[in-house]
Structures are given as structure tokens and as C-alpha cells.
Design a protein around this ligand. Sequence first.
Ligand SMILES: NC(=O)c1ccc[n+]([C@@H]2O[C@H](COP(=O)([O-])OP(=O)(O)OC[C@H]3O[C@@H](n4cnc5c(N)ncnc54)[C@H](OP(=O)(O)O)[C@@H]3O)[C@@H](O)[C@H]2O)c1
Length: 219
Amino acid sequence: MNVVITGASSGIGLAAVKLFCENGWNVYGLSRQKPAWEHENFTFVECDVSSWESVQKARGQVKKPVDLLVPNAGIYLKAPFAELSVADFDKMMAVNVRGVYLTIKAFLDSMLEKESGTIVVISSTAGLNPLPLAAVYAASKHAIHGYANSIRAMCAKKNVRISIVCPGGVNTPIREKERTDYLPPEEIAKTIMFIATCPANTVVDQIIIEPRVQAIGDV
Ligand SMILES: NC(=O)c1ccc[n+]([C@@H]2O[C@H](COP(=O)([O-])OP(=O)(O)OC[C@H]3O[C@@H](n4cnc5c(N)ncnc54)[C@H](OP(=O)(O)O)[C@@H]3O)[C@@H](O)[C@H]2O)c1
């Protein structure tokens, strides 16, 4: 089985790269930087997901049919709305929205053609709820729900499943500081694996996975 994971150099993406490699999948990891990790099943593909040219070039380097696509790359610029610049808005939308759109655009055709495949988009609980201190990040994550949910039926007709994972707090470099009560990225990787290995006639629309502290509102 072959999987393409974006944002492979760090955090959730790297944890997913490791889990799928260790389970015998051929893993293509797309990011701008190469992760400091190697495995016989792992192929690094340099890619800036915000650039159509770069995504198309990366697409050309993935020679095998793709069974699973994980658009995961994302950035988080945290600032009260008034302090966030227009350039910050553009940057976040370029990676979090345009990047997801371009990645799916590049790989979906081959999945529809062979009438099989699974796409697991990594959103956030910020894709479902307001985030007063990060309104643009929340908007970018809400946007990919609109996209994924809108193409789900069209994909399902061709036996291509599209799911959304909404993590809460996960200890990765995207966060300012580590918290002992947040989740390790390996938990999100396991969630992606769960979706990827669900029976073929199953479509998982969405999974919210958050630390208990967040579920009880104590954050
Ligand atoms: N950690 C959390 O608490 C949390 C919670 C909810 C959702 N998420 C979501 O989970 C996803 C992964 O984040 P993370 O927590 O694992 O953060 P992370 O450790 O900072 O990883 C982000 C990844 O995205 C890649 N990336 C950023 N810009 C890119 C670009 N232009 N082109 C290609 N790759 C790019 C980075 O690679 P390069 O810099 O090498 O390109 C890196 O591999 C994101 O979508 C994030 O919004 C995280």
C-alpha cells in the first residue's frame, strides 16, 4: 500500500510517516525540509504545498498508485485579530487552505480513475469552533471542512473516501510550549491508521480527538 503524507518533516506528519513505514506501507513524505529520519519504506519529496508548480513536481515523483493521501501540512500564526497582518492572513491561507486544495487536486484524479483511495485531511478542533485568539487559523481550518465535505459524495460514487481528523492540543513544534496534558502526535497517527484500515465500504466523515483537559473545557 502507498501513502502520501504532507508536512512530513515534523509533528503529526512525521509520526504518521513512522507509523505507516513501520506497518509496511510505502510512504512518500512531502515537506520543504527533509526529516532527520530514514527508513527503507520512506521516500522524501521536497514540496511547498502552497505552490502549484511544486505540488505538480512532487506529484510526478510519486510513481506508485496512491492508496492514501494525508493533506496534513499546516501553519499556525497566533495573534489577536487586530495584530495579525494581511501578509499573515495570506501565508496561513496559502498553506492551510490552498495547500490542502492543491494536494487533493494533484492526487484525486488518479484515485477517481482507479476507483479506490482514501483521503484523510488534518483539520483541527479550530475547524469546528471559534478560536478568539486565532481567528484566521480557525477560518483556514473551517474552509477545508467546506471543501472536503462538499466533494465527499462525488468521491464516494467512485469509491474514494474522504475523512477529516480534528485534533485538539497535540505536543508538536507548532505549539509555543509543550503541555503534559496534551496528546502526543502518535495518537493522531493512530487515528489516521484507523481510518485508512476501516473496511472498504466504510466512510468515516470526521473524527474529533482531543485531550481530556480540552474536552472538559479546562484549557
Ligand atoms: N499540534 C496541534 O496541537 C494541532 C492541533 C490541531 C491541528 N493541528 C494540525 O496538524 C497539522 C500538522 O501540524 P503539527 O502540529 O504536526 O505541526 P508541525 O510540527 O509544525 O508540522 C507542520 C508540518 O507542516 C509542514 N509545512 C508547513 N508549511 C509547509 C509548506 N508550505 N509546504 C509543505 N509543508 C509545509 C512543515 O514542514 P516544512 O516546514 O519542512 O515544510 C511540517 O512538517 C497542521 O495542519 C496543524 O494545523 C495541529
